[in-house]
Design a binder for this molecule. Structure first.
Ligand SMILES: NC(=O)c1ccc[n+]([C@@H]2O[C@H](COP(=O)([O-])OP(=O)(O)OC[C@H]3O[C@@H](n4cnc5c(N)ncnc54)[C@H](O)[C@@H]3O)[C@@H](O)[C@H]2O)c1
Length: 336
């Protein structure tokens, strides 16, 4: 029965409202996902679930959600939504995700999609088996200024020669890797830079050379990689959790066009020598100074909902996320 339900969703275009349930009423859900979904006229948040009743009540009151549950299975069986968001730390994600896929539900999860490539591979298999959509919130792909720059550079020349993807933070001594050690820095958070590198390069990985180091912590905190792609692009990844502060930017170079992209602040496009230079403010391009808008969260949610309505595979599918996780593995494996 569950499989049938899923297959039906992939075929039918939902014309009117998309009925969504959200599991998790924590920080990310409240900061970016509930506000994004609440801003869409064609979405109704019919139910929310959290183990912590105070968070659940506060969130449901804020977004006028009538379906309130502490048991997600009960919520999903009772409300039968078109899609479900599961927004919680990666080491809590797997069983819930598989349960939802087995119930024939389209699923959106945050990054990282799991603790291991193995887990994400099986998430992708379950999504395919049940004929439903699985999407990972790689929000950097959806940041309006990132897309503006990418489209402008590629429209000048589509052959990407080089990509640089950087993510720096200043991580305190007292903090271990993420979630008390449940997951390492590269797989959990610097993975944003890994995914964006792949996405901007636009090819398949063929070779990796790397240096992973424990520079200022007893765990890996410094990541440098050179990645060769099958389309001729060479990518550079630089991530360091003991740098001067949070700096997260990308470079994209094609023949005669370059973009230096910073989704937090300002980006610059150079084309055709110095005859064209364009400076772009992230918030201006997004038309909003709301974080969930200018940092890509609204657009990733919009993409997911559109995919649910059309029954099409999202740009950031579970199957695609397996490739990002595999690149993380390869960066560790090839380190000298
Ligand atoms: N895209 C980004 O830039 C970005 C930024 C920060 C965090 N994240 C990701 O967002 C995810 C969520 O992080 P967070 O900080 O919001 O977590 P959080 O701990 O604040 O929220 C998780 C919530 O899930 C609830 N929960 C856990 N298990 C549950 C269950 N079985 N049923 C119902 N509720 C349950 C918890 O009670 C909690 O309220 C993480 O994977 C993190 O990596 C992404």
């Amino acid at each position: 029965m569950c499989g049938e339900y899923g297959n039906r969703l992939r075929k039918v275009v939902i014309d009117v409202q998309v009925r969504v349930c959200v599991i998790g009423a924590g920080a990310m859900a409240n900061n970016v996902h509930y506000p994004s979904l609440a801003a869409m006229e064609d979405v109704e948040i019919v139910g929310a679930c959290d183990l912590q009743e105070d968070k659940l009540e506060e969130t449901c009151n804020r977004y006028s959600i009538s379906g309130r549950f502490t048991d997600y299975r009960q919520m999903l069986e009772q409300l039968r939504p078109d899609a479900v968001y599961i927004i919680m730390p990666p080491h809590h994600l797997y069983d819930l995700t598989i349960d939802c896929l087995e119930m024939g539900l389209n699923v959106f999860i945050e990054k990282p999609p799991g603790i291991t490539t193995h887990q994400v591979t099986w998430m992708a298999k379950y999504a395919q088996k049940n004929g439903v959509i699985g999407m990972v919130g790689w929000n950097r792909r959806f940041i309006p200024v990132v897309n503006y720059c990418r489209e402008k550079v590629l429209s000048y020349n589509a052959n990407v020669q080089q990509v640089v993807s950087t993510f720096y933070k200043y991580h305190p001594d007292s903090a271990g890797p993420y979630y008390r050690g449940a997951i390492d820095i590269l797989s959990c958070d610097a993975v944003h830079a890994v995914d964006t590198l792949r996405w901007l390069a636009g090819g398949e990985v063929v070779n990796v050379a790397s240096a992973v180091r424990k520079v200022h912590h007893e765990f890996d905190d410094s990541f440098t990689a050179l990645v060769q792609f099958d389309n001729g692009c060479v990518g550079v990844l630089l991530a360091n959790w003991r740098a001067g502060g949070r700096i997260h930017q990308f470079e994209l170079h094609t023949n005669g066009a370059s973009a230096f992209i910073n989704g937090d602040y300002e980006s610059v496009i150079h084309m055709n020598g110095e005859s064209f230079v364009e400076r772009l403010d992230s918030k201006e391009i997004a038309g909003s100074d709301e974080f969930y808008r200018y940092y890509g969260f609204f657009d990733e949610n919009r993409h997911f909902i559109d995919c649910v309505k059309k029954g099409t595979e999202p740009d950031a599918s579970f199957a695609d996320a397996v490739k990002t996780m595999q690149l993380v593995d390869e960066i560790y494996r090839q380190s000298w």
